[in-house]
Design a binder for this molecule. Sequence first.
Ligand code: PMP
Length: 438
Amino acid sequence: MSTRTPRTTNAAAFAAAQTVIPGGVDSPVRAFGSVGGTPRFMERAQGPYLYDVEGREYVDLVCSWGPMLLGHGHPAVVEAVHAAVDRGLSFGTSTESETALAELIASKVPVERVRFVSTGTEATMTALRLARGVTGRNLIVKFAGCYHGHSDGLLAAAGSGVATAALPGSAGVTEAAASETLVVTYNSREELEKAFAERGSEIAAVITEAVPCNMGVVEPQDGFNAFLREITQRHGALLIWDEVLTGFRATSRGAWGLSGEPEGWTPDIWCFGKVIGGGMPVAALAGSAAIMDHLAPLGPVYQAGTLSGNPVAMAAGYATLSSADDAVYAAVQRASDAVREGLVAALDAEGVDHSIQRAGTLFSVAFGTSKGGVKDYADAQGQEVFRYAPFFQSMLESGVYLPPSVFEAWFVSAAHDDAAIGTVLEALPGAVRAAAAA
Ligand code: PMP
């Protein structure tokens, strides 16, 4: 625990922020709306720890919502970023750093072309436009509870912050945009068959999270992703595979390493983000040359970005992804297993009904769901949400920073060592008692 005298408090920082920033936050998932209390304003981070403006230390189980696979301040990443900064922040031209990161991605998953953008929202938004441009069709199928960023057509029944706020979608989305998105129940082959039977010739693409992680983690039932591959192919639609969150995190080959790779199929358009930027604003869409070359300047599907492929961001992404060797994934898996097993033990000790959903190194807990687990958005929404706020607050008080919503996955890094995990394990019993008493 740092001993320096705090210059300010979280409450003062939040009060000041609220006078100039809506709700005091630049992304609603950072607000403490569903858990109560004052959002923490962080000042710095190192390894598995965050430090707030009051000098308090927290074990970080958010990891910037995914990017910090190696932990904070990894020397290779910091060094690469410093070197890139010295060369120049942005040139508005191509740089070799873009080719290098694209090649690295293409060496890990079967894609031939990668187009970099700055946010996951842009990646999925462009993927939809590309799918429409390639197929000449208008409709998109998405699953309730999946989150693919905040573009108009993808906010219907969206997970993450939209789920936390219990919103059906967003104001400001036109009926025209909403009517081009068909929302179906996750894990429901029947609903998907019905949608394709009724409107198959109009469907440009099915977009799915490779493993949904924005309504908590929801595991695809056996063969469900392969079924998505089959039904889209059968109807001449594309499969958009959103690995913004899971890519190069769930496993070394992302969530594709859990279903696509072992089963031997590939999706049409991949979306990446988070880990490929190592904490800088980087995302990408990727796929075969035959599909990706429909993008401008080669093809008629337009997309652009002033800061796309920014050299400092590319340097952070390259250093992160090239450092992510087998030992890193083994360390992340070990930390994830230790935290998850500690959580289950604490919940079982207090007899708190729950289920745990997993995707490689990612997992989440849902309260009151031991009977059927969580297989779709209705199950996620039907859990005992009220148990999370006291659980979260108790963990925070004990120096563990969890996602401030039950509808999010827990993230660990390769820097989560025995000391950091020990802090989490010590904090759990008290938090579970608070959840049980709710
Ligand atoms: N897709 C998925 C699966 C995500 O989890 C997210 C963000 N959490 C996005 C897309 C959007 O990414 P961004 O916040 O960078 O726009």
